[in-house]
Every structure is written in structure tokens, then in C-alpha cells.
Design a protein around this ligand. Sequence first.
Ligand SMILES: Nc1nc2c(ncn2[C@@H]2O[C@H](COP(=O)(O)OP(=O)(O)OP(=O)(O)O)[C@@H](O)[C@H]2O)c(=O)[nH]1
Ligand SMILES: [Mg+2]
Length: 420
Amino acid sequence: MFVDRALITIKAGDGGNGITSFIHYKGKVGGGPDGGDGAKGGDVVFVADKSINTLVDYYYKTKYVAENGENGGPKDCFGKSGKDIVLKVPLGTVIKDRQTGNIIADMFYDGQKKVVLVGGEGGKGNSRFKNARRHTPHFSQTGEKTESKQVILELKTIADVGLVGFPNVGKSTILSKLTRAKPKIANYHFTTLSPNLGICDYYDNNFVIADIPGLIEGASEGAGLGTEFLRHIERTRMLVHVVDISSEEGRDAYQDYLKINAELKSYSKALSKLKQIIVANKIDVYGGEERLKEFKQKLGRGKKVIPISAITGEGLDTLRTEIYKVIQKLPPVKPLEFEEFNYEKPDKLYYEILKEGETFVVVGTLVEVLKRNVVMDDMNSLAYLHKVLRDRGVINELRKMGATDRSTIVIGGEEFELID
Ligand SMILES: Nc1nc2c(ncn2[C@@H]2O[C@H](COP(=O)(O)OP(=O)(O)OP(=O)(O)O)[C@@H](O)[C@H]2O)c(=O)[nH]1
Ligand SMILES: [Mg+2]
């Protein structure tokens, strides 16, 4: 089954907890602290892999959770880090945040890697809180917890050329003749239900052609197969617009041409602006030459038409050369241009207060940030520290937990008194 869109839930691993523990010697009590740190949780990583061409795996399995970090152990044992979870996706997969629709990554290059969710940090064990004055800290830090997220995976095929046209005009037949691809071909509408890709050799060069399901009038309103699959030619460099010149289906090639262009335009302005090569297929059918003349007349002088017969092979060499000539002048296929969206850790400035008697230790990422930004023997810097603690609610929280002016407040290894 071909799946080109999936909604999945991902979660990075939680950080393991640090533990509180003391050294035990045989027959001796009162050993120092030896509680080890908890370990970091695993990340959620996406990797683009050219050997995959559908998102079908993500249709069947929709929840992906990285391993949690282990808790610390006694004897200063650190926990084991949680394993990352690696999700392989086809080239051209766009990862979006479900909630905002923001683009997180365009997995464009083979082997491209993107860490979408970072595992939680491990908590510190009690041996980390020992200092000259505090020999036996009875507290340790919990690991950082992570949140699950929903992401949308959307495949935007990477190809140089896109084949567009009504159903049954011979798009898949053309692909099968220009490349080694073997798409399904049949004399009915909507034979092609999902994109087919093929590589067309041109001397020492080659280019990739994408064949997509046929479009019909009103596709943008959901008629036929709708326009969803146009996503697969959105990033092509040019289009080959195929019309059926046989009129076997009683349709007029020129009207078809106008209708397809209108559908492209209502889907996306950018798509409708792509350079097109107009191809009149099935020229082998009786009366083809005459209808070709008529078609050209209606199109007007400025427009070039390449008549071909995908069945007999007539005109295919000309078409191949023409495509090559056009794409050579066009910029290569590029990844999407977008403002990259990254998930913030939920508790980027999180803190926790650990209490032991009259000592209160503030720990967490907030403290790490402060440690980097505050110079302890500078008055201005200390005023800043105080302001941050007040604004972040740390001082209120300390009061609530029973801290008084006589308490010792430990922040980043430094001791303070509580002032409002
Ligand atoms: N006589 C003639 N028949 C052709 C030619 N090219 C394709 N056909 C026939 O037209 C029918 C449709 O061909 P496909 O290649 O499946 O058409 P398509 O545009 O891919 O159709 P959808 O996938 O349904 O959109 C088949 O029966 C082909 O054999 C041609 O040059 N001449
Ligand atoms: Mg087809």
C-alpha cells in the first residue's frame, strides 16, 4: 500500500532520577553521600532513507516512544542513557507539528538526520550536593519529564519533471517509455492511484520523472481523486502537460488543456507558474494530424506542441531532448524554504526546591542558566539573580515551603539568605 501522509505520536525518553544514598562500610555508620545521577532519556530522531518510498509503516504503527533514562544507583552509579528511537522516512518527507502546522524539517537528502524531540536530562544524585559545609545532603534531583507530541508526516516527492493531464491520456505509458519504471497502464480512468517515479537517461545525464493520477475538472473541489496528490509534483522543476489528441473519448484537447491549467492554478500559484512542455499524445490514431493542427491553432502561435505516440515511440526522442534542454536551464530541485520550527523543552526554565531541615536547595535548568549568567561577587549581577528568582516565583515557593530568614538557600553551590 502506498501511504503519503501519516499522523503519529512521538515522545522522547524521560530523564532518570538521581538518588539519595550513603556509603555503607561494614560495621560502620555515617558514610558520605553516594547517590548517583539519573541518565538522559533517548531522543526521537528522523532519518531520510532513499530505500524507502512510502510512509506505510506509520499508517499501521502510530506511536513511537524513546527509552527512558535509568535512575542513578548507590555507590555513585550513573544510570544508563535511554536509547534513541530512529524513524526512517522516504526522501521528501516533510515533518510538521500537528498543532500549529509549522514545518519542523524537510527530509530532503539521503541520510539527513533531524532530532525532533530531545530526551529529558537525568537528575543529580545526592553526592553532587555535598560541599564543605554540607556533608550529608538527604536529597536528590528527579529526572526531567518529557511531553509527547503529534507530528504529521507528508511525502512531497522529489522529481525534476511532473506529468500532468486528464485520466487515460497516456501519462503512465509515457513514463514507461522514457524510463525503466513499470507503472500500471490500462484503458480506463484513474488507473494510476499513487505517484510513480522513473529515471530518464539522457546521454551521460539523467532526470527524474513523476507520473501522478489524472486530474479532472473540479478536482480542486474534490472531483475524481481530488488534488491532494499534486503535492507530489509541487517541487518539480517543470511539467509535461499531456493531452489526448485522438479524441476517442469525445473530449477536446484544447478544452482539456485549459481545464487542467485552471485546476493547477486553484491548487497552487507556484505550480501553475512552472514551465510546461505541451505534449499531444496518441498521434497514431486516425485523424490525429488534423486535430493536432486544430489544437495548435487554438493554442496560438507562441505555444509549442510536441506530437508523440507513446505506443509507437514516435516523437519520444524529441520529447526527451526537449525536457533535457528545458531543465538544464532551471535551478535544481531544492528543499522547501521555511522557518524551521523546533519543539522547546516543556520546562526550559524549570526548577525544583529540595528541602532538608533549614536548608533549601534550588535545582533545575533555571539554576544552570543562572549559573552561567550570574557573577557572584558582583552587586548588579546579584540584584539580577534576585529579580529572576522573584519573577519566576522561586522566592514565593521557598516561603511556602517554610523557608525563613534563618534558612540557608543553596543555588548552584552558593549559599544565600532569604530576602524578599
Ligand atoms: N493509440 C494510442 N493509445 C495510447 C497511447 N498512449 C497510451 N495509450 C493508451 O491509453 C490508455 C491509457 O494509458 P495510461 O498510460 O494508463 O494513461 P494515464 O494517463 O496514465 O491514465 P490514468 O492513470 O488513468 O490517469 C491505455 O490503454 C494505453 O495503451 C498512444 O500513443 N496511442
Ligand atoms: Mg496512469
